[in-house]
Ligand binder design. Structure first.
Ligand code: NA7
Length: 895
């Protein structure tokens, strides 16, 4: 019997009280809960919604402080599931006020007749998985308990306010207000002495409004935040025009975008723009008044590189100084302890100008911390403020708080969610938790949630969950649970994604750092809305990968595994290449393949500037070309002789240009990229002999090239790694030149194709087994292949220079690189290995495309510096942001 038929019927619990029986219980009647109820009903499930509030609205029910608005444009911050709905509702402003958003959610509840399924004023007091019944039992603060097969937490991310954490709040004789729990009656602040503690989004929205009413407003700021003007007003005409031109396309673009708003991030890196161009872009973004715009449209490196980010941060600080008249106040309002975007930036309306008012005082808690709240006001360690009202705009126990507030949630084997999450939240896709069957989290930790347009993420999560329930019903399955392996894989993927961002450099509510004692872990998924959506779809396409499904009569299915093993940017690049449906490179012929690579390279980001780039030739019978990259620092520098990749057939001294630039900057060394000769025109051993000859000439002419005379270093990628390794063996055997270190990146080291990586990674990762066969055939006849000048693994490995060998997990050449490292180590050579998990053959050289490769290049650069006897490069990113007070340059600029 379908469960819908027993919908909302009451049965007897063991203690005799009525239990409401439903297919699905949904906690929360905000954006997420309302849509889920609608979808469940349409799908024929019986459902009950539960909310502690007395009406719909979720976070918008509670956050009704003065000035409360959304900070995603309302044209984007809307449901999209029903085109008719889009005709039926028109927002009045670019950023709607809280009352208008609440009206919208009330309108939705009425339009789809949802209220009749919601129990308001009802808190879930416990949720327990009943193993025997294979159902959840919920106890509630009001009315019957609930037995449900599936339990969905649509509790929002910012719904559990943080306690004040300041001594003496209870002693205060005036009024205490919380932005997150603002009274439903009118609050009259006229003529009162008001304090606001906290300058996050809520404080920044409320402060100008409160200043307009209060006799005096004192703002207690612990940390200045980045804010930019909202330029609120009627709906933004260009955005609305874009929407009206093709509504479906607009929504679809948002669904596949990074932040849930139809904006494609700019590809231009900061160093490709002049100062004037950067200022122009910044001013446009400032005038636009849109957070997603400024976070995505300035320059490509603003979100993942401290240098690119500082350029934006400096311009934002400049604006603060322009607006705020008192330089000391301007300096105090200038953010300094986090990169722009790593902490939620704010949209403001008259926030900075408020500090030019006579009735507003800023108290910088970094200079004078609060000692206590007393009966009459607030005392810092310098002075006392007499107050009538204190407003706490101190934020929320974000993301996990709202879920754990329903306590206890007890899953399989009596394990509580609080215990399971004691070291930080663990989820699969942010939607499910291993050990908690049939429990779903909407915008939970591990989903894009707060780093996205919530409306878009909520619809995607809700659709995915309800579609799964429908599929399961169709297949006669009744339980679904994430596996531990899938969950661990998701944690790793989350970490890989966040390594691409600057979130690691900020202590924020995204990481739990705002709540004393909370485990510090970045909670939202940083990989983006579109990639997340495609991953969720892939889980389904791969037969519910990572889920254990069960049903009555022993029906069971478990397709265990990790959904994303590639680095996030590697996944994107490989998907993009797959979509291009290119013919195999080996089918193009040597010249065709060379032309293809030349064209392909034209589309890549330009490398970063270095001190000097010089082209030259190495004299000799075959005048080999070279390109020299010199650091901007004063010389002379150690020299690295570099050999490009391309299977001894493709590429030239310029083809790894971005890599050489990057490594020149990181190492502070000269890179000389050698244009050795290629097959089929010049077969084995030409490339190897050219490599050796070039190294000898460069070593002999080191001073002339601006280098330090003495030993050189060698480096190479792929076939270039092969040439570098061979050069070291030849130099040892032929009496020089002296080589002080070798960096081999995904090198070819052997002529055997039977190692596991050749089979595991035979196709799908750009460098294929077939392509390698082709390269070998073009370069080297079978009879020559065991010659150490092409298979250095077969050579003598003793007495070679120290080596750093980088391999990539998804590379056919992985295992021969590892074998070479092991062979060197066994021969007593000092060798370090970097086994790049989730990387492919081109990861390390696709600079500014595979951004996750940067950390690996940093290690390569450290190794080269060590080999050359240089000290480690300076620059601890973390220390830069760990200051308690602004750096002198910010104070000086303000002064
Ligand atoms: P936020 O962004 O967490 O801001 C809270 C603010 O309160 C922030 O400035 C905190 O300073 C400050 N705070 C917190 N605790 C204290 C104590 N004990 N003493 C002094 N100051 C304190 O919360 P919001 O409500 O403004 O915004 C939440 C989200 O809602 C927002 O990001 C949007 O997504 C919508 P700190 O930075 O911790 O030093």
């Amino acid at each position: 019997m379908p469960e819908a038929i027993v919908a909302a019927s009451a049965s007897e619990s063991t203690d005799g009280s009525a239990v409401q029986q439903v297919d699905v219980a949904v906690v929360g009647a905000g954006f997420a809960g309302l849509y889920i109820l609608h979808r469940l009903r349409k799908a024929g499930f019986s459902a009950v919604g539960l909310d502690e509030a007395n009406d719909v609205g979720g976070t918008w029910y509670w956050n009704r402080y003065p000035g409360a608005r959304c900070d995603i444009q309302t044209v984007d911050y809307s449901y999209t599931f029903d085109p008719e709905l889009e005709n039926a509702w028109t927002w009045s402003e670019k950023y709607a006020t809280q009352p208008e958003i609440l009206r919208y959610l009330g309108f939705i509840a009425d339009r789809y007749d949802l209220r009749r399924d919601i129990r308001f004023g009802t808190k879930v007091t416990s949720a327990t998985w009943d193993e025997a019944a294979q159902r959840w039992l919920l106890t509630t603060s009001n009315g019957a308990d609930i037995s449900c097969r599936d339990y969905i937490m649509a509790t929002g991310c910012l719904s559990a306010p943080k306690p004040p954490e300041i001594d003496g709040v209870k002693d205060f004789k005036g009024e205490v207000l919380f932005t997150g729990r603002w009274p439903h009656h009118d609050v009259d602040l006229k003529g009162k002495r008001v304090a606001v503690i906290g300058t996050g989004s809520s404080g920044i929205q409320a402060i100008p409004k409160i200043a307009e009413q209060a006799a005096h407003l004192t703002v207690f700021q612990r940390t200045p935040n980045f804010a930019m003007p909202a330029h609120n007003g009627p709906r933004a005409t260009d955005r609305v025009a874009q929407f009206e031109a093709d509504r479906a396309a607009f929504r679809e673009q948002a669904r596949w975008s990074l932040a849930g708003v139809p904006l494609t991030p700019t590809p231009a890196p900061s160093w490709a723009l002049s100062d004037a161009e950067r200022r122009e872009r910044f001013q446009k973004a400032w005038d636009e008044g849109d957070l997603v715009f400024i976070l995505s449209q300035l320059w490509a490196d603003q979100g993942n590189d401290v240098g690119g980010n500082t350029l934006v941060a400096d311009l934002l600080r400049e604006k603060v100084r322009e607006i705020v008249k008192n330089p000391e106040t301007a300096a105090a309002l200038s953010p300094f302890d986090h990169p722009f975007g790593a902490k939620r930036p704010c949209l403001e309306t008259n926030y900075y100008t408020t500090f030019n008012r006579d009735n507003v005082t800023l108290v910088n808690l970094r200079d004078e911390p609060i000692k206590a709240i007393t009966a009459g006001g607030i005392t810092t360690d310098r002075r006392t403020f007499d107050l009538d009202v204190i407003v706490f705009a101190t934020g929320f126990d974000a993301m996990t708080g709202a879920i754990r507030a329903v306590h206890p949630i007890t899953g399989r084997d009596g394990r509580s969610l609080t215990d399971v999450w004691k070291n930080g939240p663990q989820t699969y896709l942010g939607l499910t938790v291993a050990g908690f069957p049939n429990l779903f989290l909407i915008t939970g930790p591990g989903s894009p949630s707060v780093l996205s347009n919530m409306a878009v993420s909520i619809e995607q999560h809700a659709d995915w969950v309800v579609d799964r329930l429908i599929d399961m019903r169709d297949k006669g399955l009744t339980t679904i649970e994430a596996t531990e392996a899938a969950q661990e894989g998701w944690a790793r993927h989350m970490a890989d994604c966040s390594a691409l961002t600057l979130h690691r450099l900020a202590n924020t509510w995204y990481t739990g750092a705002n709540v004393p004692g909370k485990v510090n872990a970045l909670m939202p998924y940083t990989g983006g809305v579109g990639p997340y959506r495609s991953i969720c779809n892939e889980v389904v396409g791969k037969g519910m990968l990572g889920f254990r499904l069960g049903g009555p009569d022993g029906a069971a299915q478990c397709n265990d595994g990790e959904i994303v093993r590639l680095q996030p940017d590697v996944r994107l690049v490989l998907n993009m290449l797959a979509e291009m449906n290119l013919p195999p490179i080996e089918s193009m012929g040597a010249q065709g393949a060379r032309d293809f690579i030349t064209e392909f390279n034209k589309g890549r980001p330009p490398g970063r500037p270095v001190g000097e780039v010089l082209d030259g030739t190495i004299p000799g019978n075959e005048r080999l070309r070279y390109r020299l990259y010199r650091p901007a620092t004063p010389g002379p520098h150690p020299i690295v002789v570099y050999f490009h990749g391309g299977g001894w057939v493709l590429g030239d001294e310029q083809s790894d240009d971005p890599f050489c630039r990057d490594m020149c900057r990181r190492t502070g060394m000269i890179f000389v990229s050698v244009g050795y000769r290629h097959a089929p025109e010049h077969r084995f051993p030409t490339a190897a002999e050219d490599g050796f000859a070039a190294t000898r000439w460069i070593s002999e002419h080191a001073s002339h090239l601006g280098g330090i005379p003495g030993p050189v270093l060698v480096a190479g990628w792929s076939a270039g790694g092969n040439i570098a390794a061979v050069t070291c063996q030849l130099a040892r055997d032929r009496g020089g030149p002296q080589i002080s270190g070798q960096l081999l990146i995904c090198p070819v080291t052997d002529c055997s194709f039977d190692r596991p990586s050749y089979t595991e990674n035979a196709t799908g990762y750009f460098l294929t087994r077939a392509l390698m066969y082709w390269f070998w055939d073009i370069y080297c006849s079978p009879d020559d292949r065991t010659d150490p000048r092409v298979a250095p693994l077969r050579g003598e490995l003793r007495s070679l220079p120290p080596a750093f060998i980088a391999t990539a997990e998804f590379d056919p050449l992985r295992d021969e690189g590892i074998a070479y490292a092991e062979g060197l180590a066994a021969a007593g050579v000092n060798v370090e290995q970097l086994k790049g998990s989730g990387h492919f053959h081109s990861s390390y050289v696709m600079v500014d495309v595979i951004v996750t490769g940067a950390a690996c290049r940093a290690k390569m650069a450290e190794a080269l510096r060590r080999f050359a006897g240089l000290p480690a490069a300076a620059g601890d990113e973390r220390a830069r942001f760990e200051r308690k007070t602004p750096p002198t340059e910010i104070n000086a600029a303000a002064g």
